[in-house]
Design a binder for this molecule. Structure first.
Ligand code: PLP
Length: 322
């Protein structure tokens, strides 16, 4: 737990220091129609198809300790999402990156989440033909978000397999397009709350494990990590898990994962840009093995945060605001 203590204590110190700052954007900033506004004052036009029909693609890279982590990988995924549903970002990549860095700098946040949303655009501009609308871009930066509060990483979180809802089939909505059509995921959150759990796991119509609201799922069995190959977003944190497994000689298999495996495996962890590697120690109300985060989960946890010091995955943001 030494690495966890160190990483989370340093994060808390940075947050405490940020709270003494005076930037008008300290709580977040948004870029809407070419203007920067404090996040909580940001408004989107009601006729935007992104709002009206969730006709959009988005991505959400993180800043950790003053450095963007895997920003180009997130923008690559955003571009791929846009390509699949015939959207195009109105800004070229370099300009988008420049504005994002400027936004983070203006907030002074050392740990942040950036959100980049490309929508189909306004319906009243040229009517209903999706191919004819002018695509819009919205961006905002907010304090770093945790799917599992940092203090809960020690004991791990409580998950359940959703029974009342399946993940929407890829033939209906392609889960590799990062999207905000969260009807199934929200239903699963409500079901989990009814059962006293925090993290719902969704299955597909064939009884295979998929993912949950904001995270990919990983199971450890006989020293091998398994993660579903279908019905899921290709998470950037999951990709970090692939990279660090390769570097550390841990075997990982991306495959069909029958849901039964969650009850047989030795360890479970989630991956998400919102908090990294999240240990799961309770499933359907019962402890996972001895009820503590397992050794492979902790090895992945440590290696994931070590990657944040590796220049291959990061670049420093120049801050103008203290
Ligand atoms: N799956 C879904 C449905 C998500 O929304 C997310 C992140 O928001 C993830 C998985 C994890 O992806 P990443 O590691 O890129 O944050």
């Amino acid at each position: 737990m030494a690495s966890m203590d160190k990483i989370l204590a340093a994060y808390k110190e940075r947050v405490a220091l940020h709270e003494t700052g005076t930037s008008p954007f300290a709580k977040g900033i948004a870029w809407i129609e070419n203007k920067l506004v404090p996040l909580h004052e940001a408004r989107i036009p009601i006729l935007d198809q992104g709002f009206w029909h969730s006709d959009l693609a988005y991505d959400a890279p993180a800043v950790w300790n003053g450095r963007f982590f895997r920003l180009d990988d997130h923008i690559d995924r955003l571009d791929a999402s846009c390509d699949k549903i015939l959207l195009k970002s109105p800004l070229p990549r370099d300009e988008m990156k420049r504005i994002l860095c400027d936004m983070v700098s203006k907030t002074g946040l050392r740990d942040a989440q950036a959100v980049i949303i490309v929508t189909r655009g306004l319906t009243d501009v040229r009517g209903w033909d999706p191919r004819k609308l002018v695509n819009n871009l919205y961006m905002f930066v907010k304090p770093y978000g945790w799917l599992m509060q940092p203090e809960n990483h020690y004991a791990g979180g409580s998950a359940m397999v959703a029974r009342t809802v399946h993940r929407i089939p890829p033939g209906a909505i392609d889960p590799t397009v990062k999207n905000l059509q969260w009807g199934d995921l929200i239903r699963s959150v409500l079901e989990a709350q009814d059962c006293g759990a925090t993290y719902p796991f969704l299955t597909d119509q064939e009884g295979n494990l998929t993912e949950g609201p904001g995270f990919n799922i990983h199971l450890v069995q006989d020293g091998v990590i398994y993660t579903p190959d279908r019905g899921v977003l290709q998470g950037i944190t999951r990709r970090s898990v692939f990279d660090l497994c390769k570097a550390n000689g841990v075997e990982i298999r991306v495959d069909v994962v029958p849901v039964d495996m969650v009850y047989q495996c030795e360890e479970i962890f989630l991956s998400s840009t919102a908090g990294g590697i999240l240990p799961i120690t309770k499933l359907d109300g019962a402890p996972v093995r001895d009820g503590n985060p397992g050794p492979i989960t902790m090895k992945v946890w440590d290696a994931y945060w070590e990657m944040h010091d590796d220049a291959a995955y990061n670049f420093q943001i120049e801050y103008t605001s203290p």
